[in-house]
Design a binder for this molecule. Structure first.
Ligand code: ADP
Ligand code: MG
Length: 377
């Protein structure tokens, strides 16, 4: 990618992946006046609903990737599980500023962990597992509770199983049978809180950080994000410096997220995401510039905006089983910003939308959320 080639409005941005992240990227791109084409196998997927065009094909269809590359001035992705060969092809054509290397790392939990080790950033103790006979020794070393995760393809708690005691061994064996061939077992940490850093790095290497977010998960799925996170300045500085180290090492371009656990005055790195992140949705209303906007600016070679937090925020995810309740409450809501992603089917545990509340004070913000949750019940 030519470092100083700027892609201006009127040009076409290709997006691989048609979910909610692609949709929100596309919306920001449309605000600025870009054309948007999405590649996704589902007709009328969330991103296609707000794009100029859709290429209807699987993500690893190389012909479709070639077509997307041909018609786009720049290509971006909304998830990390992009076919590597496809990513390399687009990169060689000079149209993938995010690059393919970062995908190779973030597609594999073991590679992420090894990178953290190399950068001397703490992670929860772990072992890589490729066969059943390795489970017991790993658990003996790590202790309980632990969690087993597939190295590839997991998201929203899919592809992982908590292990409470050795009595769960047969469940773990069954999990291995059903979920592939490479896993990590890691110690389940009793953390004080979970945080994430969403940052954007431009093509010249300049980084802009969004306020650190605090994340509350339910059943391994993000439920609420509070911003800014309620952490000490020491933790904040440590988290930001680790994030900066990772982003520079990976030569990230675009918005990028790092999930971490906080325990006392220590941080442990959990996951990397080479794209905008669920925990950054609050930036749409609470900041002067949001994670999708900055992402588009970065991949198009525009300078990043300086981020300012306008109000305190809390974001609550809306899963499939909560959509009906939300629609019932909405006609009475005078506060809060409702986002629904236009997904055809409201499956249980599927992320269908989110609601963000902003306020000047923590008291007001917490009250708005509490009232909303009460109404949803
Ligand atoms: P994904 O987001 O891809 O589903 P994660 O590894 O981020 O996978 O796990 C989802 C959530 O499960 C985490 O955000 C956290 O709440 C919980 N979790 C995962 N691993 C651990 C761990 N080692 N200790 C404590 N909680 C964990
Ligand atoms: Mg995660």
């Amino acid at each position: 990618m030519q470092k100083n080639k700027v892609i201006l409005p009127g040009k076409t941005i290709g997006i691989i992946g048609g979910g909610q992240l692609g949709r929100m990227m596309a919306m920001e791109a449309k605000f600025m006046g870009y054309r948007v084409v999405v590649l996704d196998p589902t007709p009328n997927c969330p991103t296609a609903q707000v794009s100029d065009d859709q290429i209807l094909a699987p993500y690893d269809d190389l012909e479709a990737i070639k077509q997307l590359t041909e018609i786009s001035d720049v290509v971006t992705y909304e998830f990390e599980n992009v076919d590597l060969q496809a990513a390399k092809y687009i990169e060689e054509k000079g149209k993938l500023p995010q690059g393919a290397t970062v995908l190779q790392i973030t597609q594999n939990r073991d590679e992420e962990k090894n990178l953290m080790k190399a950068l001397q950033i703490p992670v929860s103790p772990f072992a890589v597992i490729t066969r059943k006979s390795e489970i017991q020794p790993a658990l003996e070393k790590i202790g309980f509770p632990a969690v087993i995760k597939t190295c590839q393809g997991g998201y929203d708690g899919k592809g992982q199983l908590k292990i409470n005691s050795i009595a769960d061994l047969s469940l773990v064996e069954q999990f291995i049978d059903e979920n592939g061939d490479r896993f990590i077992i890691e110690k389940w940490l009793t953390f004080d809180r979970e945080i994430s850093i969403v940052l954007t790095r431009d093509r010249k290497g300049k980084i802009s950080f969004f306020p650190v977010a605090e994340n509350i998960h339910k059943d391994h799925i993000l439920d609420e994000t509070i911003a800014p996170a309620r952490i000490s300045d020491v933790i904040k500085a440590e988290a930001l410096s680790a994030a900066e180290k990772i982003a520079n090492h990976l030569e990230v371009v675009g918005s990028f997220a790092i999930e971490m656990f906080v325990k006392g005055e220590n941080i442990f790195m959990n996951e990397l995401a080479p794209r905008p992140h669920n925990s950054g949705h609050y930036t749409i209303e609470a900041c002067n510039v949001n994670q999708f906007d900055q992402h588009i600016r970065a991949v198009c070679g525009l300078p990043l905006q300086e981020v300012r937090l306008l109000e305190l925020a809390v974001m609550k995810n809306i899963l499939g089983e909560q959509v009906e309740a939300l629609l019932q409450v909405m006609p009475r809501m005078t506060e809060g910003f409702v986002h629904l992603y236009g997904k055809a089917e409201a499956k249980e545990k599927r992320k269908m939308g989110h609601v963000t509340f902003t306020a000047r004070t923590e008291e007001k913000r917490d009250k708005l959320l509490a009232e909303f949750k009460e109404a949803l019940r």
